[in-house]
Ligand binder design. Structure first.
Ligand code: PLP
Length: 430
């Protein structure tokens, strides 16, 4: 959207621009978001459902999975990174559509064993500072461990030997390059994540020389960053990752059976931004997958996506509790805030806070022509929901919805901060 268009945009325009095809999954009629056949706003009042709350819509996840599947070669598997949203129903729903899971903690692995035990062999755990409990649980359940250091490898060997159970391991590579365009970079330079690529051949040779190893070294994991909407940069990153994996494997005559190339697909958080062009990314995905099969026939190749699959499937709803003017600015003071949605306040990894896509759930067709400042209930200037944000005219008790809130929302926020009531989570009826 250019500035001119953005000025007279309606909530519906914002919804479609930011969510792309997943926007059509959100039911609406006569300018109102629906819950089944009833306007969501009416249902909130009638059912006594309180705000603030996250409302999720599983159909929007289906839409997003379909969009990704459409560009993936059939031998590039799609895993879900649970950290994006660990809601049990979301995991359950996704388990029927995707090929595996990326876990980041003991609790996330336990969720997989409880919800989708058949997917344990296609689950992995990544992250620095894994505890002995996490490593032992992964070993017991045959979950692949993405090892982040030489020391972690030694701990895995010791635990596996003690349990007399083989450990499935991939080496997480910290590459010598960064991928341009990632909102949060997690590879290149000095990092707590992964093993520096130059140290990998030595570790593989040590493992090859070890006669009593309890480790099955299956391959590599590489995750360089999150929230990247630049198809060219992502494609270049995948190609560079594959070149590096070939080089490392050839250096020590190692045949990987398992490669995880990460992902980091980004979504549109700001109406001025362009979406990730998946069609433009497809050639790189086809190329790396063909290259992998040429070098190591039958190798399993995975992507692990979080945000891209679930962000558009969540809307954070908050009610306007007070409206006031302060020295020329009109404030909408809301019952929801950074304790439920840290990213919205600009405090989750952003350098500069930018406005998120916000809609008035009962005025989707109204032009957004009124600039408001939106703040939450916390006694801190950090509790910002929007600044000079263009919305339709709004009054106390109206409900607004923050789009793209299905990822890194509730579970990524300081819920206990200031001891406000807990935030609800519910699912939209079709
Ligand atoms: C190892 C790993 N995999 C996957 C993800 C998911 O990333 P995203 O939600 O951007 O797809 C992350 C996010 O930090 C990660 O650290």
């Amino acid at each position: 959207m250019n500035n001119q268009a953005a000025q007279s945009a309606t909530g519906l325009d914002v919804l479609h621009h930011c969510l792309g095809p997943a926007a059509s999954a959100w039911p609406q009629a006569n300018g109102r978001l629906l819950h089944g056949s009833e306007p969501l706003g009416d249902w909130l009042k009638r059912s006594g459902q309180s705000t603030p709350a996250y409302v999720y819509h599983l159909a929007a996840i289906d839409q997003q999975v379909a969009v990704v599947r459409a560009v993936l070669p059939s031998n590039l598997h799609l895993h879900y990174a649970i950290k994006a949203n660990p809601n049990q129903r979301i995991i359950q729903h996704l388990s029927r559509q995707i090929d595996g899971f990326d876990c980041a903690s003991l609790a996330e692995m336990q969720q997989i064993i409880a919800i989708a035990p058949d997917k344990a062999a296609q689950a992995s755990i990544a992250g620095p500072a894994k505890s002995d409990d996490e490593l032992a649980f992964a070993i017991s359940h045959g979950i692949l461990i993405n090892a982040e250091s030489a020391n972690e490898l030694r701990r895995i060997q010791a635990l596996a030997a003690q349990k007399k159970q083989r450990a499935r391991v991939a080496l997480r590579i910290n590459p010598p390059f960064e991928v341009k365009g990632s909102g949060m970079k997690m590879g290149g330079g000095a990092r707590p994540f992964g093993i520096d690529s130059e140290d990998i051949p030595t570790l593989i040779r040590q493992w090859q020389a070890e006669t009593s190893s309890w480790i099955d070294l299956e391959g590599f994991h590489l995750y360089t960053g999150s929230q990247n909407r630049d198809a060219t940069a992502l494609g270049a990153g995948f190609r560079a990752a594959m070149d590096l994996i070939i080089e490392l494997s050839q250096a020590c005559d190692f045949t990987p059976r398992h490669l995880n190339l990460g992902g980091g697909f980004g979504v549109v958080y700001h109406p001025q931004d362009a979406p990730l062009d998946l069609a433009a990314l497809q050639p790189a995905l086809l190329e790396v997958s063909a290259t992998a099969q040429t070098h190591w026939p039958g190798v399993r190749l995975n992507l692990e996506l979080g945000r891209y699959l679930v962000a558009g499937a969540g809307i954070y709803l908050t009610r306007i509790v007070d409206k006031k003017t302060s020295r020329g600015k009109t404030y909408l003071l809301c019952d929801g805030g950074m304790h439920h949605h840290l990213a919205l306040s600009g405090n989750l990894g952003q350098i500069l806070r930018r406005n998120w896509p916000i809609i008035a759930i009962d005025q989707l067709n109204a032009p957004c022509t009124h600039p408001f400042d939106l703040a939450g209930p916390l006694c801190t200037p950090l509790d910002v929901l929007g600044q000079n944000q263009e919305l339709p005219e709004l009054a106390v008790s109206d409900v607004i919805g923050v789009l793209q809130s299905g990822a890194y929302g509730l579970s990524a926020s300081p819920n206990g901060f200031l001891s406000h009531p807990a935030c609800g989570e519910y699912f939209l009826r079709d």
